[in-house]
Write a protein that binds this ligand. Structure first.
Ligand SMILES: *Cc1c(COP(=O)(O)O)cnc(C)c1O
Length: 364
């Protein structure tokens, strides 16, 4: 369970979830560097006629940050509490979630395994493949995303038969109800920052939506904080994976979890409380879009680093819809890790990868 940070540990401050609800009983391990900053992007915003703020979850961790780390603070704590030494997850070959899980699991002395499926190759994806290889995670490659359920079952079975060891399973994107609590905490953190640092309360927040844990946690957390901010999830995956009924379902599970952990008056949200746009998806996961690539180039000149699968598309939605929010306070929630992987990548050698992965290293 949660234990307060030691005073000498200056990188760790008390998470807002536990400051507000001190008696909550939820596994938590302080891993992230929080609160992450909220930066005013005045010049970029004024070009779009909006008051633009950025929540810097790109700076959530020096080892590896982004949005997945906020979920892992809860998930890896749960694995440790359960005494499980092996964590297991799934993702596309360039998955930030798989990479974050492997790096942080190793940091905590846990053994990571990942079941991968292919996605379009880009230099960014290749970098993530190399980085995860250096963690010596057990890597398995499925032919296609659709094979995942059967493959997950097979790997589980093999594991049980071979060692009798039980392992901690983390669903794709870390979006279990417990992982999603990481973004309830993040929303409460933002609310506290607005109050303490005189940051205007955003009228709207734009965030990339894949497995929806980030969107659901933020939406629920802002409701708990009593803020009327609208959160718009920019869908970057197929509609079968990311849609309002699924958001509502996950949201209910999170509400149940919080209630059982001791929170009273937990809001229950329905389909209509979640906002999603599919207009910037471009039809396939991981395939860059022209507006997304333009958004990446534009943001870069203002010091904001985006990529093509999630954040470029999310930012292109904000740019395209800025005309709806003239003179309003608009927040872009930056979910991509900004950690410098140079040292990690220097350790990489191709032998660290299973043979079936080597084709992914060809120049693109
Ligand atoms: C995973 C990811 C997202 C989407 O988060 P979900 O909680 O899966 O919706 C957004 N941005 C980046 C950079 C990610 O890696």
């Amino acid at each position: 369970m949660y234990t307060a940070a030691q005073p000498e540990d200056r990188t760790v401050s008390q998470p807002e979830l536990f400051r507000r609800f001190p008696s909550l009983s939820i596994p938590y391990r302080a891993l992230a560097t929080i609160p992450t900053p909220v930066d005013h992007f005045e010049a970029l915003g004024s070009r779009m006629g909006i008051d633009l703020w950025v929540k810097r979850d790109d700076q959530s961790g020096a080892l590896y940050g982004g949005n997945k780390l906020r979920k892992l603070e809860f998930l890896l704590a749960d694995a440790l509490e359960k005494g499980l030494e092996h964590v297991w997850t799934v993702g596309a070959i360039g998955s930030h979630h798989a990479l974050a899980t492997a790096l942080w699991a190793r940091k905590l002395g846990l053994e990571p395994s990942v079941l991968h499926f292919p996605q379009p190759l880009t230099p960014h994806v290749q970098k993530n493949i190399k980085a995860i290889a250096t963690t010596r995670a057990n890597l398995t490659l499925a032919d296609h995303r659709n094979d995942l359920p059967a493959e997950v079952f097979k790997v589980k079975l093999r594991e049980w038969l071979s060692s009798g060891r039980d392992f901690y399973y983390i669903p794709g994107g870390g979006s279990s109800p417990l992982g999603t609590v990481g973004y309830v905490n993040a929303a409460l953190e933002l609310a506290a920052q607005c109050e303490a640092e005189a940051i205007p309360i955003p009228d709207v927040i734009y965030v990339a939506a894949g497995t929806c844990g980030t969107l659901v946690g933020l939406t629920l957390g802002l409701k708990i904080a009593g803020l009327a901010t609208k959160v718009i999830g920019v869908r970057v995956v197929d509609k079968v994976i990311c849609n309002k009924p699924l958001c509502a379902y996950l949201g209910h599970q999170v509400s149940d979890l919080l209630y059982e952990a001791g929170m009273r008056n937990v809001p229950r949200l329905s389909n209509k409380d979640y906002h999603l746009t599919g207009d910037y998806f471009g039809g396939a996961y991981g395939v860059p879009t022209a507006p997304g690539e333009a958004a990446i180039a534009n943001a870069k000149t203002y010091g904001l680093n985006l990529e093509g699968t999630y954040t470029g598309k999310a930012f292109s939605a904000l740019e395209a819809q800025a005309s709806d929010w003239q003179s309003k306070t608009v927040m872009y929630w930056h979910t991509l890790s900004g950690a410098d992987l140079t040292d990690v990548l220097e350790q990489f050698t191709p032998e660290m990868l299973p043979p079936e992965y080597r084709e992914f290293l060809e120049p693109v």
